[in-house]
Design a protein around this ligand. Structure first.
Ligand SMILES: *Cc1c(COP(=O)(O)O)cnc(C)c1O
Length: 332
């Protein structure tokens, strides 16, 4: 059907579970809450990038690549999963790590995702905050190509129309799970950063005419910029699917009120949200994405956005590996 003509490798365990969060719903006195467990995609501790990498790695292999190059913040989940995906297919990986988060400590620099990048033998170079990471990746690619390698550059977060197909697939998977349970999902909430996850979801729901609202919680950019990025990529993704023109601008919503001081920088609401979910549901969120997304969901519930009889799904995009890079926030 929709995705069968696109090359894809198998990198993720699926379908990922859709589980109730009854204890959290009761504590918040809110709508019926569900969690879509994309932290359980399986690849190297799981997370949303596994779905994107299924299409990106297939494209890299089709082009005869032998090395994956990709940028990210120092504690990037995307880099960790790209490094593991490379290993699975006998490729090399090199990461361009941007020092986007300042005022870090030794855990941030060496534990969490960095520890795992090292386990997977991923090459690393560092650039300062605000550097042109796409240009830095192109430089690394040119250097490696001069030595005879066949590099393939994956953009930040794997967010282009190829990677976004992973979340078109997720949208369809979620609709099937909802149908099996006779569930009508009113809203799907998740953290949005490089935009491929939300763009794929919006494109996927539009492609099959589903009316699920998608509420992105921005972890980096102001609302205007984030919505612009998501809308642009959602349109390019529907074009790539051969369905141009099916995404409406008003379907793209990215609330920026939970970013705090900046990308990867802690907020008290994030710490509270992670602690609450750990202690009511036994589920680990992360400090950069899903913790802030949950802080947003909790605030929307407390301010009455949802009715008690609505079914709301939180998409757990993974990232708990980064908890080990932010230990001092939780262990005092
Ligand atoms: C990358 C990432 C996101 C954001 O997904 P985008 O497609 O980049 O918007 C959310 N959560 C986690 C844990 C991530 O690693």
């Amino acid at each position: 059907m929709l995705l069968s003509r696109f090359a894809r490798v198998d990198l993720s365990h699926g379908p990922t579970p859709l589980e109730p969060m009854d204890r959290l719903s009761a504590v918040l006195g809110g709508p019926r809450l569900w969690i879509k467990r994309d932290d359980c995609t399986g690849l190297a501790q799981g997370g949303n990038k596994a779905r994107k990498l299924e299409f990106l790695v297939a494209d890299a292999l089709a082009q005869g690549a032998d090395t994956l190059i990709t940028p990210g913040a120092v504690q990037s989940n995307h880099v960790r999963m790209t490094a593991a995906a490379a290993v699975r297919f006998g490729l090399k990986a090199h990461a361009v790590l941007e020092r986007r988060v300042t005022a870090t400590d030794e855990d941030y620099e060496q534990n969490g995702n960095i520890l795992l990048d090292e386990m997977f033998g991923c090459g690393r170079s560092y650039v300062p905050s605000g550097a042109d990471v796409a240009a830095a990746c192109a430089d690394v690619a040119a250097e490696l190509a001069a030595k005879g390698a066949k590099p393939y550059v994956i953009p930040g977060g794997g967010s282009n129309p190829i990677g976004a197909l992973g979340y078109v697939a997720c949208a369809i998977e979620l609709l099937e799970q909802a149908k099996d349970r006779s569930l009508t999902i009113s809203c799907l909430v998740h953290g949005t950063g490089s935009s491929g996850t939300q763009a794929g979801l919006v494109a996927g729901f539009a492609a099959v005419g589903a009316s699920v609202d998608v509420l992105g919680i921005s972890v980096r950019h102001p609302q205007d910029k984030q919505e612009g990025m998501v809308f642009d990529l959602a349109c390019r993704t529907t074009d790539y699917l051969g369905l141009g023109g099916s995404v409406q601008r008003e379907r793209v919503v990215a609330d920026d009120r939970y970013v705090g001081p900046g990308y990867g920088q802690p907020t008290p609401a994030m710490v509270d949200a992670i602690t609450l979910v750990a202690r009511t549901e036994g589920i680990l969120l992360d400090p950069v994405y899903s913790g802030k997304a949950m802080a947003g969901l909790i605030d929307h519930i407390r301010t009455g956005r949802f009715r008690a009889d609505q079914d709301i799904v939180f998409l757990h995009t993974g990232g708990s590996t980064a908890l080990f890079g932010y230990k001092s926030l939780f262990v005092r």
